[in-house]
Design a protein around this ligand. Structure first.
Ligand code: IPD
Ligand code: CA
Ligand code: CA
Ligand code: CA
Length: 265
C-alpha cells in the first residue's frame, strides 16, 4: 500500500503534466477562432467557449484514467463525488474573457484536496510560459524556482490584486476601493484570479482580495501562497462562491479589515 505522501506526490506529478497539456490544447483553439463558439452564461461578462469545455473534458478524462476513485469539481462540468480521500478542483481556463479577447493573462488552475484540505496547487499560464507548483510542506515554485513571500510588505509596498466582478455589489466595490486608496493602496487586475493569487506568492502583488470567488478559481492559489509563507483564507465552499483574502500577515490583516469595513452598515 502506498503511503499518503506517495499518493499526494503521484497526484502532483499528474497535475503538472495535465496542466501543461491542457494549456497547449486551449492555445490551439486560438489559432482557429471559428471553433471557439463562445456563449453567455450568467451575464455578458461571463462566457463559456468550446475551448473551456474541451479542456475541462480532457482534464476530467486524465484524472479518471489515473485516479478513478477521486472526486472532481470543475467549473463547466460540475461535481462528481469520489470514493477516495482526494478531490480535484479544476478550472480549465481561468480568465475566459481574457482568453477570448487575446490577452495573455489566462491560466489552467488545478488544486487537489486530501480529506478536504488543499495539498496541491498548480497554476499554468501558457502564453506567459509560467508554471506555478506547490505541494503542502514542500514549498511553492515558479518554473522550478522556490518562491518566498516578503514579510515586510504592507498594502502600500506595491499593488493589490482585486477581483470584484459583475457578481459583486457595486456599492461594496466602491467602498472597498475607496478605503484601500484612503490607506495608500492601489488596485491591480487581470482576467485570471488564479494568476493574481500566483502573483502574490511570487511577490508581484502585495496581496489579493475578491468578494466572490469560486473554489476552482482560488484553491490552487491558496496552496501556492501558504507554501510561499503567506496567509490565504477562502470563505466559500466547493459549491458556493465566497470571499478570499491573501497576503503576508500585515497585508492579510489589513485586507480583512478594509473589506469588512466596506460591507458594514
Ligand atoms: C473568473 C476569473 C476572474 C474572477 C472571476 C472568475 P473564469 O473566472 O477568475 O479573475 O474575477 O470571478 O469567475 O470565469 O474566467 O474562469
Ligand atoms: Ca467562467
Ligand atoms: Ca475561473
Ligand atoms: Ca473558467
Amino acid at each position: 500500500d502506498r503511503t499518503a505522501k506517495e499518493e499526494i506526490d503521484a497526484r502532483r506529478r499528474l497535475a503538472e503534466r495535465i496542466a501543461k497539456e491542457a494549456g497547449a490544447r486551449a492555445r490551439r483553439f486560438l489559432h482557429r477562432p471559428e471553433t471557439l463558439h463562445a456563449v453567455e452564461k450568467s451575464s455578458s461578462q461571463d462566457l463559456v467557449s468550446a475551448a473551456d469545455q474541451a479542456t475541462e473534458a480532457y482534464l476530467g478524462r486524465m484524472i479518471r484514467r489515473h485516479f478513478p476513485q477521486d472526486g472532481i469539481v470543475g467549473e463547466e462540468a460540475g461535481r462528481a463525488e469520489g470514493a477516495s480521500a482526494f478531490d480535484w478542483v479544476i478550472d480549465p481556463i481561468d480568465g475566459t474573457m481574457a482568453f477570448l479577447v487575446g490577452q495573455p493573462n489566462w491560466t489552467v488552475s488545478i488544486a487537489v484536496l486530501h480529506h478536504g484540505e488543499p495539498v496541491i496547487g498548480v497554476v499554468y499560464a501558457p502564453m506567459l510560459r509560467e508554471l506555478y507548483v506547490a505541494r503542502q510542506r514542500q514549498g511553492a515554485y515558479l518554473n522550478g524556482k522556490r518562491l518566498m513571500m516578503r514579510a515586510d510588505w504592507t498594502i502600500r509596498s506595491t499593488t493589490i490584486g482585486y477581483g470584484g466582478t459583475e457578481r459583486a455589489d457595486p456599492q461594496e466595490v466602491g467602498a472597498f476601493i475607496t478605503r484601500l486608496y484612503q490607506d495608500g493602496g492601489v488596485i491591480f487586475r487581470v482576467g485570471s484570479g488564479a494568476l493574481m493569487l500566483a502573483y502574490v506568492a511570487a511577490n508581484r502583488l502585495a496581496g489579493y482580495y475578491d468578494p466572490t470567488l469560486y473554489c476552482w478559481d482560488c484553491l490552487a492559489g491558496v496552496v501556492l501562497i501558504r507554501e510561499a509563507g503567506g496567509l490565504a483564507d477562502f470563505a466559500g465552499t466547493l459549491s458556493a462562491p465566497g470571499p478570499i483574502w491573501a497576503g503576508n500577515h500585515t497585508v492579510f490583516t489589513d485586507l480583512k479589515r478594509l473589506s469588512k469595513a466596506s460591507t458594514a452598515p
